[in-house]
Design a protein around this ligand. Sequence first.
Ligand code: GTP
Ligand code: MG
Length: 448
Amino acid sequence: MLPSTLQQQGEPICAMATPPGRGALAIVRLSGQGALEIAHQLTHKKLLARQAIYTKFYDDNDEVIDQGIVIYFQAPASFTGEDVVELHCHGNPIVSDLLLKTLCAQGSRLATPGEFSQRAFVNNKIDLAQAEAIADLISSTTEQGVRMATRSLQGAFSIRVRAVLATLILIRTNIEAHLDFPDEEINVKQVQEIATKLTQLCTEVTELMQQAQQGERLQTGATIAIAGKPNVGKSSLINALAQSDIAIVTEIPGTTRDPLTADIELHGMPVRLIDTAGLRDTANVIELKGIERTQQALSQADITLWLSDASQTETPQIAPADIEENKTIWVHNKIDLTKLQASTSANHIYLSVKTGVGLPELLTMIASKLHADEQGDTPFLARRRHLIALQQAQQNIQAAGVRISAPTELELAAEDLRLAQLSLGEVTGEFTSDDLLGRIFSEFCIGK
Ligand SMILES: Nc1nc2c(ncn2[C@@H]2O[C@H](COP(=O)(O)OP(=O)(O)OP(=O)(O)O)[C@@H](O)[C@H]2O)c(=O)[nH]1
Ligand SMILES: [Mg+2]
């Protein structure tokens, strides 16, 4: 890593930092080698670091484009670590286009998606998980998502990953020392010590992974399929939970054919509900297609609400054999037609969609199954990429733990730990291929 004062500055790039459209203000950002000179040509002003200066912006023919504020951030004390200039102009896309055109005519070029964040990463202003947190912070659709992304951006996730990495490196160094000096054979006590440390490390990675998993789910949301035999009240339930008449409800069995979706928020977690076609043996081609789609929705759902009609006790309503018990809540509907009271036990709930009794309890049950009610324990936001890396690291650490007890496999245990280190390093971006970096940053918007 270069000392920050010696960091290389890239060619100057510019982009809108605010969304396109009309508004009171827009911000155009310029970063890189020579940004200060370009800004000087544009404003005809001598700019001082971190001072907001009211100025006119001039085009190539010295005609005034607009007037606004210019702020100069001297390298390395800027977002990208390079010289950065922010131009605050009036929020008209024609004005910002004219500014960008002038900046390009003066030696800058338009930034590619995520290029500002990528430069911040290259210049060690943020690590990869933090750069991703910026994109997630901007795209979050729930308050909880925003809070978690902010924590990740502040380094909550990276700090935990680095702590695990530091412990792992210590253990690895210890093992490699024995490999380097084969005369001093590793003794039983030393093996036990390393094995204990590896077990502790594995527990830490597991905890981190669980929290990351929860963070990922809180960001991307969960899918809940509502399934059951025809006419049990599935469409009535989606309407009630979405508080909107999105699905047609009739007393005719087989009303719903295409799966219908509704997005709701549960304890700050985005949840997608899917109402499906009732499952039964039928020769109707259209209904059969609907049933096919139901099976598909069930296989992809995080949770299935299996609805049955509590008033129809004579014909037991059995779910398909392939339904996953731990992903299912058994909802017994229409208790208003029976003498039953609203109640819950384990994964069963008795309610009436018609009267609304038991619906709040159903939401609580779903939230607890999704762990959405434990969000206070989720300090950061993570991505699927991070989960895969953590899982890989965990498997390698586990494998090392098994191998360590056989002195002949010491070398293989060291190799397992090296692989675990690579996986963890991928999260923060210490060991990340250019391909992956390119893919990650290309998903950002221009100007980020
Ligand atoms: N009494 C009573 N009737 C209900 C309740 N929930 C739904 N219904 C009625 O049951 C009938 C079927 O409801 P739907 O919501 O269309 O049932 P569905 O499961 O979507 O049916 P399909 O789309 O045909 O599979 C309608 O007449 C609803 O008004 C309830 O809690 N109590
Ligand atoms: Mg229906």
